[in-house]
Design a protein. Structure first.
Length: 448
């Protein structure tokens, strides 16, 4: 690839790249437990219950004097975390490309998020403001850390390997999520045997995700290495830097077109992930053990799904494979809308369908975007990409929360997300990916 991206074999020998790739996989192993145990399973229902404890007689809490329905507080907190990420990520991404020192920035983001997650142990009673603050910090930190992690992909994998390397990274993450969820399920289901109350067990599960994140981040920090920086240039404040990145993207309109499609459909994916446990508990009346079991099924099948979709991309190309996954997401939401309350078996069937397409749609989107990034601007462009990645989207949770606030129905809130997949499909289908890769200055893989 061009200067500043994939180096010639003389600079990055195959053995060295493989060592970096193995270390790179472990950041997904480290931080995905937060996405799974905290964001997807425990924090949504638990923070909602804490907010309900603090609510007035009409079911509202009043952060900073603003009336908010307790059932919408979690979704609004996720949206607020994105506002913080919008300010911070462009500055960090530009600084990473300008200095070439990604690892110290990755360490700072990872350990800020890990500390905030570990602090969720102290979330109890009616401390909903503490929970919201820790969620905002942890989510924003994860967004920054994942942006830096993703920006390594063009540097550690040649074009022909990226779909496979990206898919393996997601598979590592889902495997870690499954492993920790098994431990969480044992602890939560048998909390009395461990001398813990139900809420104490949830708090231990939340905090342990932070400890896991911090411990396994040591592996990529040891194995990844920084590259030579591109030319020096000043880093603007957050929103100005984001505007500068978008202006630069206008020189690559096809890259910007793909990013727009991704921002739309991934917003839907991330909202389903972050709000599914709330939907299952509040609308379908399913217990916490059922939700943990369903998410565990998603994690196990997502490992296989990511690897299988990576192989499908070799035959059909990443773009076509992603388009097929968006059709599957649309059907999943349609079925989910009609699930009767208490239908545990059908909820597991639905979870299985999500698992088979979840990892692959995300992994292939990441690898496809890596081909569209101009050499030397990996972190800067991935900062824009990451604004909609892994539960950081703002419009989806906002739409979900507002729909629930207006209708009082989680079914209406969940089905409203179909629009993201339909619009995203149309936008992605219109992107001439092969031409976009050439215009970004990158070599064209055999199958894209």
């Amino acid at each position: 690839m061009g200067t500043g991206t994939v180096r010639a074999p003389a600079a990055d020998d195959t053995a060295g790249l493989r060592r970096e790739q193995r270390g790179w996989y472990f950041y997904d192993w480290a931080c995905s437990v937060y996405s799974t145990s905290v964001l997807t399973v425990f924090l949504g229902p638990y923070l909602t219950s804490v907010a309900e404890n603090a609510a007035d007689a009409d079911g509202y809490v009043h952060p900073l004097g603003v009336p908010v329905r307790a059932g919408s507080f979690f979704a609004y907190s996720v949206s607020l975390s994105v506002i913080l990420a919008v300010v911070v990520m462009p500055m960090v991404g530009s600084a990473a490309d300008r200095s070439g020192r990604k690892k110290p920035l990755l360490a700072a983001a990872a350990y800020t998020g890990a500390a905030a997650t570990t602090g969720m142990f102290f979330l109890d009673g009616d401390r909903y403001l503490l929970g919201g603050a820790l969620l905002v910090v942890a989510n924003a930190a994860q967004s920054v850390g994942t942006m830096l992690y993703n920006s390594y992909l063009p540097q550690i994998a040649p074009p022909e390997q990226r779909d496979a390397v990206s898919s393996r990274g997601w598979a590592f993450g889902y495997a870690a999520g499954a492993l920790v969820l098994v431990a969480d399920l044992v602890l939560y289901s048998a909390h009395d045997s461990f001398g813990l109350s139900e809420t104490a067990a949830v708090r231990v599960c939340l905090a342990s995700a932070g400890l896991w994140w911090g411990a396994f981040t040591l592996v990529p920090l040891r194995r990844l290495r920084d590259r030579q920086a591109r030319e020096e240039r000043a880093t603007a404040p957050g929103l100005r830097q984001l505007a500068a990145t978008v202006r630069d993207m206008r020189r690559h309109p096809l890259t910007l077109a793909f990013l727009l499609a991704y921002l739309v459909y991934n917003d839907g994916i991330q909202t389903v992930i972050s709000q599914a446990s709330v939907y299952g508990s509040e609308e379908l009346g399913l217990g916490q053990s059922t939700l943990i079991g369903a998410v565990l099924l998603v994690q196990v099948l997502a490992v296989a799904g990511a690897l299988v979709m990576g192989r499908l991309a070799r035959t059909y190309g990443a773009q076509r494979t992603i388009l097929g996954s968006l059709v599957a997401w649309t059907l999943t939401l349609a079925v989910g809308y009609f699930l009767p309350a208490g239908a545990q078996v059908w909820f597991f069937v639905l979870a299985g369908g999500i698992g088979l397409v979840l990892g692959g749609s995300q992994a292939l989107s990441r690898s496809l975007f890596s081909h569209l990034v101009p050499p030397g601007k990996e972190a800067e462009y991935f900062s824009a990409y990451e604004l909609s990645d892994r539960g950081m989207s703002w419009l989806g949770p906002l739409l979900f929360g507002v729909t629930y606030q207006l209708t009082g129905s989680y079914r209406s809130a969940i089905v409203s997300l179909v629009a993201f997949f339909v619009i995203g499909f149309v936008l992605l289908a219109r992107v001439p990916v092969r031409r976009a890769i050439g215009e970004a200055g990158n070599p064209l893989p055999k199958k894209i």
